[in-house]
Design a protein around this ligand. Structure first.
Ligand SMILES: [Fe+2]
Ligand SMILES: [Fe+2]
Length: 191
């Protein structure tokens, strides 16, 4: 009798364990699904940014701003090729999913370049709009890097962390450009 009770307890505890691991694997597959969705979203956003930046360079007046945007255009190509590597590492096809947020942020930059007159005011507007785009990228890469760490994908995490760092530096560079000249000139133009 005692023996049968022990067996029954063991069997219940074994079944709890298997339910637990089933739940854990369901959670990790859901995290992977979110991760893949986030990758496709940022892949679309990076490609849209690649197309949008040259127009912003063309519409900018400050040489510092043109240089900062041109440098980030080159970095953006690197971000896309890092994402290609990430897709390869997790063995899924590299493809974008329309990112409505980035589409809206890019539209804001177009509205600024179309409505502001050429000069410091327009430059200040371009910086403000591009910084919003940078912050979207920073938020997304920050999340994806964390997901990769949680799922023990060391190589993937390192690739995403490198891009995250470049996005943060691009954002700081734009703040420097704005503080150094453009916002001061724009305020003088408005006075
Ligand atoms: Fe990027
Ligand atoms: Fe960026």
């Amino acid at each position: 009798m005692e023996n049968s009770k022990t067996t029954s307890q063991k069997s219940t505890s074994g079944s709890d364990k298997s339910n637990f691991s089933k739940k854990a694997s369901m959670k990790s597959s859901q995290l992977m699904e979110l991760f893949e969705h986030g990758l496709k979203d940022i892949y679309w956003a990076e490609n849209a940014t690649l197309k949008a930046i040259p127009k912003m360079v063309e519409k900018s007046t400050s040489d510092d701003l043109k240089d900062a945007l041109t440098a980030h255009l080159e970095e953006t190509k690197g971000h896309i090729s890092r994402l290609d590597k990430v897709f390869g590492l997790i063995k899924i096809k590299a493809q974008g999913e329309k990112c409505v947020a980035m589409e809206g942020l890019i539209k804001e930059t177009h509205d600024i370049t179309e409505t502001c007159e050429e000069g410091s005011m327009r430059d200040a507007g371009i910086i403000a709009a591009v910084q919003k785009m940078e912050h979207y990228e920073i938020a997304t890469y920050g999340t994806l890097r964390q997901f990769a760490e949680t799922m023990d994908m060391t190589e993937v995490e390192a690739l995403l962390a490198t891009t995250l760092q470049e996005e943060k530096e691009a954002d700081l560079k734009l703040s420097d450009v704005a503080m150094d000249a453009i916002n001061v000139d724009a305020a003088e133009e408005a006075a």
